[in-house]
Ligand binder design. Sequence first.
Ligand code: SF4
Ligand code: SF4
Length: 238
Amino acid sequence: MAHKDQGEPGEGSTDTPFSFDLPGWKTMEEGLVIRGVPQGGGFRGGEEGFQPARSEVFKKYSTRSMRPVINFDTCTKCTLCWLQCPDTVFDVTPDGLYDANMEACCGCAVCEAVCPVPDCITMVNEAEFNDNNSQWEAWTKDKDGYKKWMTVLVDKAKLETRTHGFHHVGEYAEQGPQAEGGLMATTQPKLYESEKEELISGSEAIAIACALADVDVITAYPIRPYDTVFAVRVKIKS
Ligand code: SF4
Ligand code: SF4
């Protein structure tokens, strides 16, 4: 489902992800002050679970192209997603499960890769959603309804071509050039000989631009969606 405030093609989104009051010049402090974020407390302000405090103004979801969908019925509470998420997205619920806070998630897919339970976390195309509501709350209210909703999304996600992330541990090795029929063997991004319009991801476009510019070194942090830049670049035969 398209986002309700998405607007028409070419217009851009009219959505306001957050707003805050700017300080007047008399209240501004000298220099740049970055205050530490408090530790946090119980889940939703209660006594149980844990929810880290997060910045009120820096929301990471606005550039996300996929989001994790969690199967709370099969989760073993192993803690790996909570520990490995680079953005501290997971809130610990009162029943010891891990609820991905959708305002904080950038969609990097690390949680999906580290989860040891098959299909317990599945990255789903962001275009399927129109809110940042809690999946754990939805599951708690109606477990059968959540399962049906989740199954449709997960089945659909499996049919889509992924631009980044790896669905299970070891998938990079399976996709390597040596793996017959692997992704690298079947999808060779190409350098264009003439100008043409084609729908590709931003990371793929950067990788192709790097190849065309014949850059020798790319400096980037290989964890977030940027890892697609490397993955696509090495597939292009220079
Ligand atoms: S997709 Fe990335 S940022 Fe979002 S919850 Fe998973 S590990 Fe955290
Ligand atoms: S990594 Fe998977 S099994 Fe482990 S706590 Fe997270 S969702 Fe549950």
